[in-house]
Design a protein around this ligand. Structure first.
Ligand SMILES: [Zn+2]
Length: 199
């Protein structure tokens, strides 16, 4: 129906989350109408982010270099590690200004139905980090969803098993159940962080 380059663009756009076939088509036509400079700026931004941004070698947050901004910041408390599912959750927690520790980004949540097992997440890396010493508390801030809760329990057990002297806490209740952290407002998330409890 379309010239092959146009069809290719529509196919690629429709792979984006929340973008169905019709939206992909609308976006493709928007890009065709846009100036060369605007359309190529988008293409360049995608290329640059893929070339320059990788995962932090310590916490697996997004990083422009071997270590992320937070792991490189000496003022951040290295004894306190907040475990989250995705890099976007780091942003949500940073916005509360209630956390001065460091992070550990799992890269998702356990979900046997979807074939996501402990080996698929950065869980062994977390245990190694905690076992290496110097950590006094692990704050588990996975999403208040079924998979997030299952992941929290699994990690709490694992940390207790490998490092019994380290306290393990979970965000306080009050977060919207079933929703992702990124949808919680800063005040609610900040309170949940301050009111975290031992698990
Ligand atoms: Zn890092």
């Amino acid at each position: 129906m379309y010239a092959p380059p146009v069809q290719r663009l529509i196919t690629e756009l429709s792979k984006l989350p929340g973008v169905g076939g019709r939206t992909a088509q609308r976006l493709a036509f928007h890009l065709l109408r846009a100036s060369d400079a605007d359309a190529l700026a988008l293409a360049d931004a995608i290329r640059e982010v893929k070339e320059r941004i990788g995962l932090c070698e310590v916490c697996f947050n997004l990083a422009d270099g071997p270590r992320c901004r937070i792991c490189s910041d000496e003022r951040r408390d290295p004894e306190l590690i907040c475990v989250v599912e995705e890099p976007s959750d780091v942003i949500s927690i940073e916005r509360t200004h209630e956390f001065r520790g460091r992070y550990h980004v799992l890269g998702g949540a356990l979900s046997p139905i979807d074939g996501i097992d402990p080996e698929d997440l950065k869980i062994a890396e977390l245990y190694a980090r905690v076992r290496d010493g110097g950590v006094r508390e692990v704050v588990i801030a996975t999403n208040p969803t079924t998979t997030g809760e299952a992941t929290a329990l699994y990690i709490a057990d694992g940390v207790r098993g490998t490092s019994p002297d380290v306290s393990v806490t979970r965000l306080a209740s009050g977060l919207p159940v079933g929703a992702d952290l990124e949808y919680a407002d800063e005040l609610t998330l900040g309170r949940a962080l301050v009111g975290r409890r031992a698990v």
